[in-house]
Ligand binder design. Structure first.
Ligand SMILES: NC(=O)C1=CN([C@@H]2O[C@H](COP(=O)(O)OP(=O)(O)OC[C@H]3O[C@@H](n4cnc5c(N)ncnc54)[C@H](OP(=O)(O)O)[C@@H]3O)[C@@H](O)[C@H]2O)C=CC1
Ligand SMILES: CC(C)=CCC[C@@H](C)[C@H]1CC[C@H]2C3=C(CC[C@]12C)[C@@]1(C)CCC(=O)C[C@@H]1CC3
Length: 345
């Protein structure tokens, strides 16, 4: 039988540490004196103090070798939300998370911080100042959300003070910042194709966009405050910028900052949603012969045309959370980090 290394409180693992959020988290952990093992299916960078373990999180043996001597695990791996591969979401977010839990227990890990999502309560209808006690979505808007709900339930239910295994879930919303592969690149791609001329609905919907460094701060606070006597055990926490913004103002600021025109013409929400649904069905039917990837999926239209902002007082009270970077500075830093996506760039 393999010998187990004694876990050290400053030794942690980041599952999904090569991704957008994961890499920012790893960089901050290193800056705070942790040594970090990254477990991911790919390696996207190198950093002193970080060891990489390449593998699929569904493979328990591969996970076990990365978790040796680790007392704290962050799990922020997921297939991209834009995918509609139901089997992949089921395999990675649900079966894979069960494997992560088993591996953590076998390796003697003491704390697990899951990156969940505020979308676990979103059904495509307005959420204003939503608190953590909102019920999980009964009709999740896509497979991503459906499996994020199951994943969060699994992780929170696994919290066991008697056995010395503590869990907590962080629910960020609309993460953005330097190196984000999703929000800004999708927006610029749509603008370059002339698809960002329209505002869906009347443009008054408020949403949360959360700067990646604030999300990282929330994760590290949660990890450090997670103790048997703390209220964090087995709980979920919204982490936002605490500055809801009009969806279309945010989009316009990013676009204008990068040299593109802001959307100007209004289209009725239900018309665009209906068209997106039709296009999605068409893409599904034609899939055997043609790969269509519509920009305006029903999920994106719902996110672009409804209110969805969340209350983060529970994180403020239980872990002393406060956003470190305000929204305006965050937008400026993000825009400046994408010189290659500028108009004409
Ligand atoms: N971005 C956002 O706005 C929000 C994100 N979240 C959550 O935050 C977390 C991080 O998201 P983000 O950084 O944006 O995503 P990324 O896709 O950038 O990062 C996820 C990482 O996990 C890897 N990964 C995927 N599947 C596996 C697997 N089976 N085994 C090991 N590694 C795997 C990915 O590899 P590869 O790229 O090759 O797939 C990638 O490196 C996710 O859990 C997501 O649900 C929550 C709310 C909002
Ligand atoms: C209408 C249009 C073309 C907008 C382009 C921007 C979108 C790509 C983003 C706007 C809101 C974002 C968002 C997510 C992904 C990117 C957007 C749709 C998530 C679905 C990512 C995963 C989550 O857990 C929730 C996020 C909500 C907001």
């Amino acid at each position: 039988m393999a010998t187990r290394l004694r876990p050290s409180s400053k030794r942690c693992a980041v599952i999904g540490g090569s991704g957008f959020l994961g890499r920012h988290l790893v960089e901050q952990l290193i800056a705070r004196g942790y040594s970090v093992s990254v477990f991911d299916i790919r390696q996207s960078y190198e950093l002193p103090g970080v060891t990489f373990h390449l593998g699929d999180l569904c493979d328990k043996q591969a996970l076990l070798s990365a978790l040796q001597g680790v007392s704290l695990v962050f799990h922020c791996a997921s297939p991209a939300p834009s995918s509609d591969d139901r089997a992949l979401f089921q395999k990675v977010n649900m079966d894979g998370t069960c494997t992560v839990l088993q591996a953590c227990r076998e390796a003697g890990v003491q704390k697990l911080v899951l990156t969940s999502s505020a979308s676990v309560v979103f059904e495509g209808r307005d959420i204003k100042d939503g608190k953590e006690d909102l019920p999980y979505a009964k009709k999740p808007i896509d497979y991503y959300t459906e499996t994020k709900i199951q994943q969060e339930k699994l992780v929170l239910a696994a919290c066991d003070k008697e056995k010395g295994f503590l869990t907590v879930a962080i629910r960020p919303h609309g993460i953005f910042g330097p190196r984000d592969p999703q929000l800004v690149p999708t927006l610029v791609d749509a603008a370059r194709k002339g698809k960002m001329k329209f505002i869906i609905g009347d443009g008054s919907n408020l949403v949360d966009f959360t700067f990646v460094e604030n999300v990282v701060h929330g994760h590290i606070l949660a990890a450090e405050r997670l103790r048997p006597e703390s209220p964090l055990c087995g709980q979920a926490y919204h982490i936002t910028n605490d500055e809801p913004v009009h969806f279309w103002d945010f989009m316009s600021q990013v676009l204008v900052g990068l040299g593109y025109d802001a959307p100007r013409y209004h289209l009725p929400y239900w018309l665009v949603y209906g068209l997106a649904l039709l296009l999605w069905l068409l893409a599904l039917l034609l899939r055997p012969i043609l790969q269509l990837q519509p920009t305006f999926t029903p999920m994106r239209v719902a996110l672009a045309g409804t209110h969805h902002y969340y209350n983060c007082s529970r994180a403020k009270e239980d872990m002393g959370y406060k956003p470190l970077v305000g929204l305006q500075e965050a937008i400026t830093r993000t825009v400046e980090s994408y010189p290659h996506l500028r108009q004409g760039g």
